[in-house]
Structure formats: structure tokens, C-alpha cells
Design a protein around this ligand. Structure first.
Ligand code: AMP
Ligand code: MN
Ligand code: MN
Length: 367
């Protein structure tokens, strides 16, 4: 569920938008190495001012949405409402199930299942999506729209939008969303702030990961100043799960294996969780996402791998590194994506097949 962004510049003040970045001309597809260019911010603001007030606006985040995907999308949607935009929907591809920790997010009434999403929106805004493959069938909504704006922070973003606001140094997509709301003149309120805070807290692992910069805490301070309750929010998002999930965790962690010689001697720890495990404990698939966190605490392994069953021989694979390996390179080589220290892909065969494939790739991508 959590994500790590690319290495973060040590900025001490709120960044000057567009300053110090790569010249717009140098920022081609797939070359998102710094914040959005000033021209892209202006284009996004102009597109929203032109098409949102009287048009149908469709917000889309990635399949199997996490806290950043949902939080940045719903927070921005509430901001559009504050601007007086009346036709706003938010959606994501695939099965319409919101993980339990996020069902109480403000703005949930903006959400509609994929089949009910406007077939012909005037404006599409996409959140936390690095590549079109993460949009499933909703990718069809982009071409007919008068404008398609992408807000993201994955270094691997392919630049698939008409207007791409990609900041690979941002800790979460909600950092980009907050900046865009500010440029639109929308003030933060508690509802918007709660959504953006959940996104920021999720992607920084509760403000624990390396990209927890002054910029991150400055944004958190602005959000908390609206009156939201960080303690309540954190308990709901990170520290609450059903009893059955705890029992499931115990079983899955008990079957973990460690090889300190893998990844060039940096070590690898792995485990897997099946649909049958979920059924036995009466749990929904989203609970599997939090399992990577205890696995990655293992001292003897730089790399942690969690293999989660999607279908008969299909697995969602989560990869984490403490720094010795660029796991996004491994994930990309396996057809997936992500960040340097947190990435994923879809694997096939048995869990053993998937783990062998990861082990083989790991040695190639030692940092
Ligand atoms: P997860 O392990 O699911 O928390 O994902 C970690 C990171 O990898 C996130 O940035 C995801 O966006 C990315 N990721 C996970 N699975 C995939 C995939 N199948 N394709 C592309 N990116 C992925
Ligand atoms: Mn995400
Ligand atoms: Mn994110």
C-alpha cells in the first residue's frame, strides 16, 4: 500500500514552482526528473478553468487504489466542488471495492464504479498513475476529452497525458494536487486536508521514509492547521485491522523464508499469501497490501518480496529495498513499475517461480 518516491532533493524552503528544473524542451516522454515546468502548471490551470465549470469532469486513479491514489483524487475533487464545479465524478478501474481504511474519507460520494463513469467527459484528471496500463478500461476516456491532465510523482511516468504535472521528487501525488489547488485559488478546508493528509502519510510510510523532507512536513503543517486529527486518522489508516487479518498475518509471516546470500549478499526475505488464506480468515484482498511492512523489517535482508495471489497462477508482487537494489528496475524488467525502493509487477506460475525470477533479476540491478 505504501510507496517510496525517487531520491529527494534536500530543499529547505517551499520550492519555487518551476524553478531549478529541467527546461521544458528537455522534458520529453519518460524523462520526468524534476518538478513540472511553469508552462505545464499554467496549461493545467487554464484547462481546468475552461472546461470544469460547465463541463463533466472525470477524476481517475490507479487500479487497486492506495491512500495516495484515493486521497489525492478525492481531495482534488472536493477542491473542484469548492470552485463551484457541479459535475464531478471520481473512479478507478476494475472491481469497485474501496479498502476499509479509506471508506470514511471525505468526498467518498464523488466515487462511482467504472461502468457508471461519464463515457464522454469534457475534462479528465488522472492521479498517481505512471502508465496507461494502470488505468485498465478507463484509458478510453482520455482521447475523447477536451483535455487530459495527469498528476503524478513516479519517475517512470510515461507522459501519457495531454498535460503532465509529474514531480518525481514529490513524496506523494497529493503534493502535486495541493500545489494545483493553490494555483487555482482554492483554499484548504478540513475535508480536502484530510484526503491530502491520508495520501501524504501513506506514501511516506507515516513520515518515516527518506523522502520525508522539510517540504513534506511543511505541507503536513498546512493540512493539520485546518483542524484535522492526525492521531485519529493514523489509527484508522495504519493501526486498525480485523482480528482475522491479524491471524492471517501470523500465518503468512510464519511461512516467510530468508536467504542472506541473495541480492549479491545483501539478502532477500519473501513470503506469499493466497486467496485460500484470505477465505480461511474471512478477509478481503486489500488486507494483503499491509503485509509487506512487517516483512521488510527483517534485518538480514535488503530486499523484501511479497507475492499476493490474484488468480489461478497470477500474482501481484510487491518489492521493497532498503537501498542496495533499485527494485523499480527489477519490476520494470518484469513488466511492472514503481519507485527505486518500492515497486511491483504481475508474476505468473507458482510463488516459487516468481521468487526465482526475482532472484535472477536482482543481481543485475544492485546499486
Ligand atoms: P505496492 O507494492 O503494490 O505497494 O506497489 C509499490 C509501487 O509499485 C507503487 O508505486 C506502484 O505504483 C508500483 N506498482 C505496483 N505494481 C505495479 C504494476 N503491476 N505495474 C506498475 N507499477 C506497479
Ligand atoms: Mn499509488
Ligand atoms: Mn503515490
Amino acid at each position: 500500500m505504501t510507496e517510496l518516491a525517487a531520491p529527494v532533493r534536500a530543499s529547505v524552503a517551499a520550492p519555487v514552482p518551476g524553478a531549478g528544473g529541467v527546461a521544458p524542451a528537455a522534458r520529453g516522454r519518460g524523462a520526468a526528473t524534476s518538478g513540472p515546468a511553469e508552462a505545464d502548471w499554467s496549461a493545467a490551470v487554464a484547462a481546468i478553468r475552461e472546461h470544469a465549470p460547465a463541463g463533466r469532469v472525470l477524476l481517475i486513479c490507479h487500479v487497486n487504489p492506495d491512500g495516495d491514489a484515493l486521497g489525492s483524487m478525492l481531495g482534488f475533487g472536493l477542491g473542484l466542488r469548492r470552485m463551484g464545479v457541479s459535475q464531478v465524478q471520481a473512479t478507478f478501474p476494475g472491481e469497485f471495492e474501496v479498502p476499509e481504511p479509506f471508506v470514511a474519507l471525505p468526498g467518498m460520494d464523488l466515487l462511482v464504479p467504472e461502468p457508471q463513469a461519464y463515457p464522454d467527459p469534457d475534462l479528465v484528471i488522472v492521479f498517481d498513475v505512471a502508465a496507461e496500463s494502470r488505468l485498465g478500461g478507463l484509458v478510453d476516456r482520455l482521447a475523447p476529452a477536451k483535455a487530459a491532465v495527469v498528476l503524478d510523482h513516479h519517475a517512470s511516468n510515461t507522459g501519457f497525458g495531454g498535460i503532465n504535472l509529474v514531480d518525481a521528487e514529490a513524496a506523494a501525488t497529493s503534493v502535486v494536487a495541493e500545489e494545483l489547488l493553490s494555483r487555482l485559488g482554492v483554499p484548504l478546508d478540513a475535508g480536502i486536508a484530510e484526503c491530502l493528509y491520508v495520501a501524504l502519510a501513506t506514501d511516506t510510510g507515516s513520515f518515516k521514509f527518506d523522502m520525508t523532507t522539510p517540504r513534506v512536513h511543511e505541507m503536513a503543517a498546512r493540512l493539520i492547521a485546518t483542524g484535522i486529527r492526525p492521531g485519529d486518522i493514523s489509527r484508522r489508516i495504519f493501526d486498525t485491522r480485523p482480528f482475522g487479518a491479524m491471524k492471517l498475518f501470523a500465518e503468512v509471516l510464519a511461512r516467510a523464508a530468508l536467504d542472506p546470500t541473495a541480492a549479491g549478499g545483501h539478502g532477500m526475505v519473501w513470503t506469499h499469501v493466497t486467496q485460500a488464506d484470505l477465505e480461511r480468515h474471512g478477509q478481503r484482498p486489500y488486507v494483503m497490501d499491509a503485509l509487506i511492512d512487517p516483512v521488510r523489517t527483517v534485518a538480514e535482508a535488503d530486499v523484501a518480496v511479497l507475492v499476493k495471489q490474484l488468480g489461478e497462477a497470477e500474482w501481484a508482487v510487491s518489492l521493497r529495498s532498503k537501498g542496495a537494489v533499485d527494485v523499480s528496475a527489477v519490476a520494470v524488467a518484469m513488466g511492472g513499475g514503481g519507485h527505486r525502493l518500492a515497486a511491483g509487477f504481475t508474476g505468473y506460475g507458482t510463488p516459487g517461480d516468481v521468487v526465482v525470477a526475482v532472484r535472477e533479476k536482482l543481481d543485475q540491478f544492485l546499486i
